[in-house]
Design a protein around this ligand. Structure first.
Ligand SMILES: Cc1cc2nc3c(=O)[nH]c(=O)nc-3n(C[C@H](O)[C@H](O)[C@H](O)COP(=O)(O)O)c2cc1C
Length: 305
């Protein structure tokens, strides 16, 4: 059993430093706060590190050292205190920064930037929200596989939960979040299936194992265990050869034809930038103040964060 003092020493980035006052006072402070809450415990360590400036506190190291990392998941993270820095005032996103006066060009500019940004592993991952006829929502991630004035495309199983919801209520919302860029894009619109030729073309381009996966999985159905999928996959492997798997009828593409696309950029002072494009309606009278004239039948406006 490692003594509390040794553990506490290893919580800090300079455990070799001998400062007995630091360790003994922190040790008693921690043993009091440990019985109260993780938040006060973390705070105590931080305050001590501010006073004894030669020490720097690492929350993860502290939990590992004290063995509290697995003790109580809630201890690990002070969720209420989680807050990262967004952009500062020198990097605002204003109407003058728009790369295009219609949303597809603007989306392309941000998307291209996201693909080149380290830390954005899947810039095309987007949260897709659908709803039942009664308006009960559900959301999940899918991958964007193409976009343009005809919409934002993704591929899936038409009989899945999302497929069933889209069949009865062909409306959806998509959200991208590119964390290192502090940017998000929200898209809302009507949904249509893509053509079967489009589905065939994309299915042909998928790796062999992904093709078999689409055949093996009755997406969203309840199954007994992983073994069910493995058995099905083995059967399919025996029946198919690479390059000759036909697209199953229940699998294909959808496109979300946007009514509105919002571009959001986070600011550290929480006065975030939000510029929303929406289809121009006959009643709209762009005044260049609240409603701005876009191109290709779009207007844009700034929303309060
Ligand atoms: C990053 C990411 C990308 C995904 N891409 C797809 C996709 O393109 N198509 C798909 O059907 N499921 C994809 N999935 C799985 C879905 O999130 C979901 O589990 C599945 O589509 C079933 O959803 P449903 O039961 O609501 O229909 C992805 C999951 C993640 C986390």
């Amino acid at each position: 059993m490692v003594s509390t003092c040794t553990r506490i020493r290893s919580m800090f980035r300079r455990p070799d430093t001998t400062n007995t006052l630091f360790y003994s006072s922190l040790s008693s402070a921690i043993s009091c706060s440990i019985t109260t809450s993780s938040v006060s415990y973390i705070r105590t360590c931080r305050i001590y590190c501010r006073v004894f400036s030669e020490f720097s506190f690492d929350k993860n190291m502290a939990h590992t050292a004290l063995g509290t990392d697995k003790m109580n998941a809630n201890w690990e993270t002070d969720i209420g205190g989680m807050r990262i820095k967004y952009k500062d005032k020198s990097e605002t996103f204003t109407e003058d920064d728009l790369k295009s006066k219609e949303p597809f060009g603007q989306f392309k500019a941000w998307f291209d930037e996201a693909t080149k940004t380290p830390g954005v592993l899947e810039p095309n991952a987007m949260c897709l929200a659908t709803a039942t006829r009664d308006g009960i929502p559900s959301a999940r991630f899918v991958l964007l596989k193409g976009f343009g004035p005809d919409g934002f495309k993704f591929y899936t199983n038409y009989e899945s939960r999302k497929g069933q919801e889209l069949a009865e209520n062909p409306q959806a919302a998509l959200t991208f979040y590119w964390e290192p860029m502090r940017r998000s894009v929200r898209i809302e619109g009507r949904v249509e299936k893509t053509s079967s030729a489009d589905g065939d073309e994309y299915f042909r381009a998928r790796p062999f194992h992904s093709q078999l996966g689409a055949l093996a999985s009755k997406q969203s159905a309840i199954i007994a265990g992983r073994e069910t999928l493995m058995i099905k996959e083995r059967e399919l492997l025996a029946q198919h050869t690479e390059g000759q798997v036909a697209r199953p009828e229940c699998w294909g593409g959808y496109r979300v034809i946007p009514r509105s696309i919002e571009f959001w950029q986070g600011q550290s002072d929480r006065l975030h930038d939000r510029i929303r494009f929406r289809r121009r309606e006959p009643k709209d009278k762009p005044d260049g103040i609240l409603i701005h004239e876009g191109t290709d039948g779009w207007v844009y406006e700034r929303l309060s964060p």
